[in-house]
Design a protein around this ligand. Structure first.
Ligand code: SF4
Ligand SMILES: [Zn+2]
Length: 282
């Protein structure tokens, strides 16, 4: 079957089977300019969902400029309303500066730090824009890799959130969905190339997750069928992990949902030297 038909069919089935979203609610797509979120946008648009896009400019040099251009081209091609936000305006400083400050005090990867800020902005903006769900472009390979990495790094409990939808019982938290959860990276790449979607294929220069790259290489040894089976097994395993949601409170500083007095974003901002926060932004 041609990759586009195959992906469209599988995503449509997945959305219905797992009740990820419906056509009466607004779904905000987290667009990065890469192939995964671009294919997700194409599929959800063709399936008739009420979607809008969001792009967060992280100021990672030319890479971010290229990604923004790709996202703008994609949204104009698919007629998707796009919201662009600027990390500097939202938190008052750049990702490079935040990373340097945080990493001088804590052993965290670039992506772990970046992820905290992206999720914080996504949730806040999705709520302001009246979105019922946030959709991300995570695919089957990403999910298996993350599951394995959590185990290999000694944090199996983190896999309690493994799944297609992340919900937290709180009115300020916008649920996050993964429509490409069962789709292979190869199918996504092939589809994006066949459709000539405006996509940046180079990898983010800040990624630096070498452990993930090794796990990615290891998984290449397995067939498509074996990876399908793996996903079923991981879903079963994750059901057996004790869920520890804990109480959600609101961050004392920014008012966003949090597990502690301060949310992770504000904890990290406290580590940023000579804090240059934009007090009026929240
Ligand atoms: S690869 Fe890592 S550092 Fe680059 S944008 Fe994604 S999360 Fe951020
Ligand atoms: Zn906060």
């Amino acid at each position: 079957m041609n990759p586009t038909k195959k992906v469209m069919k599988k995503v449509s089935q997945t959305i219905h089977e797992y009740k990820l979203c419906n056509k009466n609610e607004k779904v905000l797509l987290a667009l990065s300019g890469g192939k995964d979120s671009s294919v997700m946008a194409y599929v959800l648009k063709k399936l008739g969902y009420n979607i809008e896009g969001i792009y967060i400019n992280l100021y990672i040099g030319k890479y971010s400029e290229d990604c923004l251009k790709a996202v703008e081209d994609l949204c104009s091609m698919l007629k998707i309303k796009l919201h662009v936000y600027d990390l500097k305006k939202e938190v008052g400083t750049s990702m490079c500066y935040i990373r340097q400050s945080v990493q001088s005090k804590q052993k965290l990867s670039n992506c772990a730090i970046c992820g905290v800020f992206k999720k914080w902005i996504l949730n806040k903006k999705a709520r302001e824009l009246g979105a019922g769900k946030i959709a991300t472009g995570h695919h089957r390979n990403d999910e298996i890799e993350t599951f394995m990495l959590n185990i290999l790094k000694g944090s199996p409990k983190l896999n309690q959130n493994f799944g297609l939808i992340l919900k937290v019982k709180d009115k300020k938290f916008v649920p996050r969905i993964k429509p490409l959860f069962f789709i292979s990276e190869d199918d996504i790449r092939e589809m994006s190339k066949k459709l000539k979607l405006p996509v940046v294929y180079s990898v983010c220069p800040c990624r630096g997750e070498s452990y993930r790259v090794e796990v990615k290489e290891f998984l290449k040894e397995f067939s498509d069928r074996e990876k399908e089976k793996m996903m079923d097994n991981l879903i079963e395993i994750s059901k057996k992990i004790k869920k520890e949601q804990g109480k959600v409170i609101y961050c004392e500083k920014c008012g966003e949902p949090s597990r502690g007095k301060l949310c992770k974003r504000c904890e990290m901002m406290n580590l940023v030297k000579d804090g240059q926060e934009n007090d009026g932004s929240y």
